[in-house]
Ligand binder design. Structure first.
Ligand SMILES: O=C(O)C1=C[C@@H](OP(=O)(O)O)[C@@H](O)[C@H](O)C1
Ligand SMILES: C=C(OP(=O)(O)O)C(=O)O
Length: 679
């Protein structure tokens, strides 16, 4: 996940490949709650790991459930409370997860009333602006004591009761369904706790919105042994004697709302025989958002489906604007608004009043951010109408702590598909953690771009100038990839030592370099390097490897052999490359070139400190002499001698901290990006 203040997306031209979706949020949190209320152990496979499920899991633990990784199956094992509260007081923080707040509020109101207890539920500031009054109004007439601790009608809530209380269940429970379907879902998930003596009837007042989410609820209740009878969308009966029974093992489908971004991506950018394959959700899905596929097809997407998969290609182009009542797909419908950027004629999405009370006011937020990239937008109380930009603008997109704003607007980076070429900045990209922490990684793995559009920052400089550290920090700050080109020469040197190839045998060294089987770790393995499958991370840093690299890298044939490999690191969203000839030879078109220097004395002192800290004794004078000899060799070699590119910015860090150097380079970078004033 990108935990950075902003992520710059270069103009992206195409997409192809396979994406495996994370688990469905709506299924994950329902399954967790049901498993938590049931008796016995439930093995949950492919559970979504994200902010929304993390708060649910924390809540279950606080309520006395056991949650552990099952080592045999790799699934998450939840041992439920069997409908009996072992813990009678807790304060639960539920972030911005509607699927945790609403169902837990209902379940704990029921449990506190029957068994006694006091529970406080709170969330992020926005959660305290998301309505829950209709649920409270449904529960109070049953005898539940619910204190609204902030604004009436909104969390935080306190649910309390004394043991031995009873619930008035003789009459139908009435709940409004036109603000959020989650209130009805919450009642249906919670009331089986109280159904031992009689049927429980829930009736919906007004038109129920987001109906397919209630179908997910009914489906999963059935998996846990509760067969709710439904009459239309008005009346639901939980039969007397209902008890949660764990199915033992349950698999969570991939998230159909998350699939929408890739369906859209395929429709926009999978061209010329390319296919975008989406795994984890398909024609057999129980999620209503799978019907986003029909809407995307109406706009022109070429989609094939089967059980557990979707395959998308560009169909009609440009896409075609549509008018759609999207009440049945409130979350995925946002993606249609992003597809409208690539459509002929306006796209009008209706029946979406609920957008205004979700993670943010999504109608207002969408309108504002789509306009920022150049689209024309008309908004109303319950609709949005979007027309494609006439002129695309480079834009810094605000995301309003709304995962879907970040994911939807990222699609605007594919503007080269309609002849534009503007980069895009996504502010606070980590908001995707709510349901899809690795969304951007998944997107970049599929995206294709013209290499010339992918920004490169080069950091060249002599040995021990700190360029590796600086480059790594810059890459981390921007979310860019990292090329430690020195490691390629060092690895070639190590391979030569392993194979007994002489550092003077240019041809043999070049052959080694060409076939270098080198792998750089990412994610949890970031910073580690493997050569021929062997971890050489520590070996790479040895002085002997450095000296070998300096000799090996002097050969033109070796440098040529490693050229293509280095270019292949230029991938979205961008690259920071450090070495000696990054700005002069390998990436002469880099958008920012930094030449890092420090006095020989300072560099020798740093190296000395580094070695001593590793328990390796060294003489400062010897280190300085070695370093100067190496500088001379690097500067005076005939191919790619160490020298600043003509357009490089010089940075002498002899007296600078690492933070100062990083801040300086980032400041230079900001000056070169088009987002300065709007970010
Ligand atoms: O029950 C659910 O899992 C959900 C219901 C929908 O909310 P509304 O019923 O409030 O529209 C949806 O937007 C939300 O992301 C998940
Ligand atoms: C509305 C959403 O979330 P929540 O489950 O918090 O309602 C959403 O994921 O788009």
């Amino acid at each position: 996940m990108y935990r950075i203040p902003f992520l710059d997306l270069p103009p992206l031209a195409g997409a192809a490949g396979t994406v495996r979706l994370p688990g469905s949020k709506s299924i994950s949190n329902r399954v967790l709650l049901l498993a938590g209320l049931a008796e016995g152990r439930t093995l949950v496979h492919e559970l979504l790991a994200s902010d929304d499920t993390a708060v649910m899991l924390d809540a279950l633990r606080a309520l006395g459930c056991t949650v552990e990784q099952d080592s045999a199956s790799g699934a998450l094992a939840v041992t439920g409370i069997g409908g009996r509260l072992p813990v009678h007081a807790a304060r639960l923080y539920l972030g911005n997860a509607g699927t945790a707040m609403r169902p837990l509020a209902a379940a704990l109101a029921v449990l506190a009333t029957l068994q006694g207890g006091e529970f406080e539920l709170s969330g992020v500031a926005r959660m305290h602006e998301r309505p829950i009054g209709d649920l409270v109004a449904a529960l109070r007439p049953l005898g539940c004591t619910i204190d609204e601790l902030g604004t009436p009608g909104y969390p935080p809530l306190r649910l309390r009761g004394t043991a031995g209380g009873r619930l008035a269940l003789e009459r139908a429970i009435r709940v409004r369904g036109d603000v959020s379907s989650q209130f009805l879902t919450a009642l249906l998930l919670a009331l089986p706790l109280a159904a031992d003596a009689q049927d429980i009837v829930v009736e919906v007042d007004g038109e129920l919105i987001s109906k397919p989410y209630v179908e997910i609820t009914l489906n999963l209740l059935a998996r846990f042994g509760i067969a709710v009878r439904r009459e239309g969308w008005q009346r639901f009966t939980i039969p007397q004697g209902s008890r949660y029974r764990t199915p033992g093992t349950i698999h969570v489908e991939g998230d159909a709302s998350s699939a929408s971004y890739f369906v859209a991506l395929g429709a926009i950018a999978a061209t010329g025989g390319d296919v975008l394959r989406i795994e984890g959700v398909g024609s057999d899905s129980i999620q209503g958002d799978i019907r986003f596929v029909e809407a995307a097809q109406a706009m022109g997407a070429d989609v094939r489906t089967g059980p557990g998969w979707l395959e998308v290609r560009r169909g009609r182009w440009p896409l075609q604007g549509i008018t759609l009542d999207a009440n049945h797909i409130p979350d995925a419908a946002m993606t249609l608004a992003a597809m409208a950027l690539y459509a002929e004629g306006p796209t009008r999405i209706e029946g979406i009043a609920s957008w205004r009370v979700k993670e943010t006011d999504r109608i207002a937020a969408m309108a504002a951010e789509l306009r920022r990239v150049g689209a024309s937008v008309v908004e109303g109380a319950d609709f949005i109408e979007v027309s494609a930009p006439e002129t695309w603008l480079p834009a810094a997109i605000r995301t309003y702590d709304d995962h879907r704003m970040a994911m939807c607007l990222s699609l605007a980076a594919f503007n080269p598909t309609v002849g534009a070429r503007v980069p895009l900045r996504i502010l606070e990209p980590h908001c995707v953690a709510k349901t899809f922490p690795d969304y951007f990684e998944a997107l970049f793995a599929l995206a294709k771009a013209d290499p010339a559009d992918i920004p490169v920052i080069t950091v060249d400089g002599p040995t021990a100038s700190g360029k590796g550290t600086l480059a790594a920090e810059i890459a981390a700050a921007l979310g860019y990839g990292l090329l430690d080109s020195g490691a390629l020469y060092r690895a070639t040197g190590i391979a030569a030592m392993w194979d007994g190839v002489s550092p003077d045998d240019e041809a043999a060294l070049a052959t080694l370099a060409e076939g270098l089987d080198l792998r750089f770790g990412d994610g949890a393995d970031a910073g580690r390097t493997w050569l021929r499958g062997r971890d050489i991370t520590d070996e790479l840093r040895l002085e002997t490897s450095g000296l070998m690299a300096s000799r090996v890298s002097a050969w033109p044939a070796v440098r040529a052999a490693l050229h293509a490999l280095q270019l292949s690191f230029r991938r979205a969203p961008g690259l920071v490359a450090d070495g000696r000839d990054m700005g002069t030879v390998i990436f002469p078109d880099a958008a920012l070139k930094v030449f890092l220097t420090a006095s020989a004395q300072e560099r020798a002192a740093r190296r000395h400190k580094q070695l001593i800290s590793k328990g390796i004794s060294a003489s400062l004078a010897d280190l300085r002499a070695d370093l100067e000899a190496r500088d001379l060799r690097d500067r005076s070699r005939s191919v790619s001698p160490l020298k600043p590119a003509e357009d490089a910015l010089m940075l002498d860090n002899s007296a600078l901290s690492i933070e100062d150097s990083v801040a300086q380079v980032l400041a230079w970078w900001q000056q070169r990006r088009p987002f300065g004033h709007s970010a």
